[in-house]
Ligand binder design. Structure first.
Ligand SMILES: Cc1cc2nc3c(=O)[nH]c(=O)nc-3n(C[C@H](O)[C@H](O)[C@H](O)COP(=O)(O)OP(=O)(O)OC[C@H]3O[C@@H](n4cnc5c(N)ncnc54)[C@H](O)[C@@H]3O)c2cc1C
Length: 472
């Protein structure tokens, strides 16, 4: 009888222990919120530094907006630039970034970005990413945008490479797990984990020595971007549906300092019906912009804010991107647009103009004039600083484009350690952030290619600092 009673008590105790474990929060060194370029880079770097990591992603797939990136990633003084005979300098990259941001950028963060950019490129290359093609995007004074050979889109190469590294290291990655809050001390000054919700609505806690917020921007949340910039009412977006600015509610109780929230970048060249972004590299490799009447009206390589404004001044608040077969062949990223039937093709410029509903004679004259300027080596009409080639190789191509919401320059204020800063000025303990969820680096306008550079560089900085806390 005694034996039966003891056995019964043993089973009951085990049951109680299991039940207790079920409600006990899990524990890891570092939780990363968001599985885009910033979060994935942070998770890999933290694991390299000996930490256990849980990466939580609310969507059913990894990649975020990073997966959509096309034009490339910026870096100065890289091996790839040297191989291509390009002479760049850290100062030139710094000046271009600051100029784009109207000199409102956080100078210390920009210096860090610039200094670490080449190392970020070689880190990715060592993991197997091809970044051998170096092109020039708008606003840069030199070619420093790195992408796969043949000008292929970067995001669809980058994300599989990073995913492969997460798998190789056995990192605990959980998709369809949305972070909804932070675990913190009573005063709300120190973070020690996250509260997460699964797709089925189950909520659970994970305790951690540090949390890295890498949940991206809010380019898919019209209520928010129109509140920040009322002029964006009715604009389409290039962003993935998960870009809803969740960091705002996640860190709400901590009174974080927010910077540059009203600076929301529109991308000037987006196909209006499907919202497909036509990469800046098409202009970088030589395409021109004309309005419905066939006239060229701007420097195609102007900063995105200026270009978007110029397009909105044209008839029907739109414009047409015109290029030739040589440009098409220089950039395999354009293959997607052809596969989606977005591009109109014709053997002559006047035929192309007829098909697009543009004045044929004016279009031919505009392209002829542009070709003369290319031969001259100087854009006397609009001051474009790079004139790669004449538009003379048939067939010719055209597509109607409009500006659309693209990138949120503002976000959580961070310092050089990627610590999140509170309204009162000090860092919130054990809380880090990186990528589009942060503000300060790009300020008024982001240079094309600078976001991936930012996400990878600051994702790794956040991981390095978080890892040093975890090991203490
Ligand atoms: C069409 C397009 C083209 C672009 N091209 C380029 C380019 O060529 N070069 C360049 O430098 N930049 C480019 N950008 C910008 C760049 O891709 C992004 O800004 C950058 O990749 C942001 O990286 P991130 O990791 O911070 O955010 P993201 O890549 O957006 O990742 C954030 C992740 O967090 C997840 N998340 C959000 N909330 C939660 C939550 N509560 N819990 C868990 N997970 C959450 C999101 O679902 C997402 O997967 C482009 C953007 C777009 C939309």
């Amino acid at each position: 009888m005694k034996k039966v009673l003891l056995a019964f008590l043993g089973v009951a105790a085990m049951g109680a222990l299991c039940l207790f474990c079920l409600f006990l929060p899990e524990r890891t060194d570092i939780v990363v919120v968001g599985g885009g370029a910033a979060g994935m880079s942070a998770a890999i770097e933290a694991t390299e530094r000996g930490c256990s990591v849980v990466l939580l992603e609310k969507m059913s797939y990894l990649g975020g907006n990073s997966l959509r990136a096309t034009g490339g990633m910026n870096a100065a003084c890289t091996e790839e630039q040297k191989k291509n005979g390009i002479v760049d300098s850290l100062d030139s990259y710094y000046q271009d970034t600051m100029k784009a941001g109207h000199w409102l950028n956080n100078k210390k963060l920009v210096r860090l970005l610039v200094r670490n950019s080449a190392e970020s490129v070689s880190w990715l290359e060592h993991m197997g990413l091809d970044l051998s093609d170096v092109g020039r995007l708008a606003g840069h004074s030199i070619s420093r945008t790195h992408r796969p050979a043949g000008g292929a889109p970067i995001g669809t190469s980058l994300i599989p490479v990073l995913t492969g590294q997460l798998n190789k290291r056995g990192i605990d990655v959980r998709t369809e797990n949305r972070v909804i809050g932070l675990l913190h001390n009573q005063k709300g000054t120190e973070v020690f984990g996250v509260l997460t919700e699964t797709r089925e609505g189950r909520q659970y806690k994970i305790k951690a020595s540090a949390v890295i917020i890498a949940s991206g921007g809010f380019g898919s949340e019209p209520a928010l971007y129109v509140k920040m910039d009322p002029d964006l009412k009715g604009f389409k977006t290039t962003n993935q549906p998960g870009a809803t600015g969740d960091y705002l509610s996640i860190v709400e109780g901590f009174h974080p300092a927010l910077v540059d929230m009203s600076y929301i970048q529109t991308h000037p060249t987006v196909e209006p019906n499907n919202g497909v972004l036509i990469t800046e590299a098409v202009r970088g490799n030589g395409a021109v912009l004309v309005n419905r009447n066939g006239y060229r009206f701007t420097d195609e390589l102007a900063f995105r804010d200026i270009l978007s404004r110029e397009i909105l001044k044209q008839p029907e608040k739109s414009a047409y991107l015109i290029f030739d077969d040589q440009i098409r062949k220089s950039l395999s990223a354009t293959d997607t647009y052809f596969a989606m039937n977005l591009i109109t093709k014709a053997d002559t410029l006047s035929e192309l103009a007829e098909m697009l509903g543009i004045h044929p004679i004016v279009l031919s004259q505009s392209v002829q004039r542009y070709n003369q300027l290319v031969m001259l080596g100087k854009d006397r009409d609009f001051g474009r600083n790079d004139l790669p080639s004449e538009i003379i190789h048939a067939p010719f191509y055209g597509i109607r484009i409009v500006p659309a919401v693209h990138y949120c320059m503002g976000g959580l204020k961070i310092n050089e350690k990627a610590e999140v800063i509170s309204e009162s000025g000090g860092p919130i303990k054990r809380l880090f952030a990186a990528g589009e969820a942060t503000g300060g680096i790009h300020a008024a306008t982001r240079l094309g290619g600078n976001s991936l550079a930012d996400a990878v560089t600051f994702g790794r900085i956040a991981a390095r600092e978080a890892a040093s806390l975890a090991r203490r």
